[in-house]
Design a protein around this ligand. Structure first.
Ligand SMILES: Cc1ncc(COP(=O)(O)O)c(C=O)c1O
Length: 400
């Protein structure tokens, strides 16, 4: 199995010249040569603005940009590529939704989130809730880090208008039952948003099958460049929504008095888009498709099982999130050792892991921690990486 991942590792230039063990994939992933080449090729061969220029390189730039949209659309099984909007990342997608959906709400309406959300699926809602007197409620989590749906009727009520939940938790690794949650939201007439920042890179996403209303994710967590993300939404809802930003491209007609809006997806893509980044994301999707999302899922499952077995043997370790339905994210604390110290020791062995609140401070307060250490896997990680990580931790523990 390590042969499979080691072969993949060869496609990533960052691993060429060092023995880096990169275990911070929930923060961002490394980039294969093909993604770097696609971005370079755009700037070297066909750099021009899109949807405007009617000369050859302009047409070619538009083609590559729109091809990337088609690739994203097929990757998530969207009914139409018009429903795929390029943003700068999951954070912008969620801000767009909070800002645009709120116009249909009235004071006292409720937005339902969960205790395991990333700040980017909390703070945008807090901003609009404060402005428009809306109420935010949080679905609790249970002991193993799954959503506790035992008293769901207390949370999914007539007042609930929007439900926005992570597909996969970036701290606990829990994979949430998106289809079921979408059904629960729809049964009370609420809109359902899935934050797929940790879902799309690691699990099969089928927005038709999930029947969610919106699905958002970031390119850089799935081998693509930074600065590009996706908002997918159902046509009818996108058409009804107000634009988020105003400027060039998103308009149909502009006078000194007023403006009318372009069709979707352009209504939500004001100004010059992130052309090179979108093309890079298209190349990342090509790469992921060559490997196969099912193979990625199965590799990560085996790796996670092995890592949990090994890591749980470390003395005085506490693992946060032990659901059976867990992706390749393991957060932990070791008694009497600050995660920051641990990370610094591991860095001396060229092992990169994450420490801190993981942009999920409210969740950490539920876990009664101020900081945790986190390892997270992707396609190029191996059993050997995990062995070296455990060895380095045990070496560190011997100093304390
Ligand atoms: C679950 C989740 N949602 C949203 C985000 C925000 O993604 P970005 O910073 O790429 O916008 C992250 C990033 O870590 C995340 O893990």
């Amino acid at each position: 199995m390590d042969d499979w991942a080691n072969k993949i590792k060869n496609d990533f230039p960052i691993f060429d010249s060092s023995d880096l063990i990169y275990l911070d994939n929930a923060a961002t992933t490394q980039k294969p040569e093909s993604v770097i080449n696609a971005i370079n090729a755009f700037y070297k061969e066909t750099n021009a603005n899109v949807h405007r220029a009617i000369y050859s390189i302009g047409n070619e730039a538009t083609k590559r940009f729109e091809d990337a949209r088609e690739k994203v659309s097929s990757f998530i099984n969207a009914p139409s590529s018009k429903e795929v909007i390029f943003t700068s990342g999951a954070t912008e997608s969620l801000n767009l939704l909070a800002s645009s959906l709120v116009s249909n709400l009235k004071p006292g309406d409720e937005i339902l989130l969960s205790e395991m959300e990333h700040h980017s699926n909390i703070v945008p809602w807090q901003i609009v809730a404060k402005k428009f007197n809306l109420i935010i409620r949080y679905l609790p989590i249970d002991q193993i880090g799954e959503l506790d749906l035992n008293n769901s009727e207390d949370f999914f009520t007539k007042k609930t208008k929007i439900v926005s939940i992570a597909h996969v938790s970036n701290v606990l690794g829990t994979i949430n039952p998106i289809k079921k949650l979408a059904g629960m939201a729809h049964s009370i007439g609420a809109i359902f948003i899935a934050d797929g920042a940790q879902g799309a890179p690691h699990t099969k996403v089928d927005v038709k099958e999930f029947d969610c209303d919106f699905y958002v994710f970031s390119g850089h967590k799935m081998l693509g460049p930074t600065g590009v993300g996706i908002l997918w939404g159902k046509t009818k809802l996108l058409e009804e929504m107000d634009p988020f930003m105003g400027g060039g491209e998103m308009i149909e007609d502009v006078s000194f008095e007023e403006s009318t809006w372009n069709n979707i997806p352009y209504k939500f893509e004001a100004g010059t888009p992130n052309i090179a980044q979108a093309i890079g994301l298209g190349a990342a999707i090509d790469y992921l498709n060559t490997i196969g999302i099912e193979n990625i899922q199965s590799h990560e499952k085996k790796l996670t099982r092995y890592a949990l077995e090994q890591v749980s043997q470390i003395k005085n370790i506490m693992i946060h999130g032990t659901s059976n339905n867990k992706s390749g994210v393991i957060s932990f604390n070791i008694k009497d050792i600050h995660p920051q110290d641990l990370t610094q020791f591991l860095d001396q062995d060229n092992i990169a892991i994450r420490v801190g609140q993981h942009c999920a401070q409210p969740l950490l307060s539920v876990l009664k921690e101020t900081s945790t250490a986190r390892i997270s896997f992707y396609i190029y990680n191996t059993h050997e990486d995990i062995d070296k990580f455990c060895h380095s931790i045990n070496k560190t523990l011997s100093y304390f």
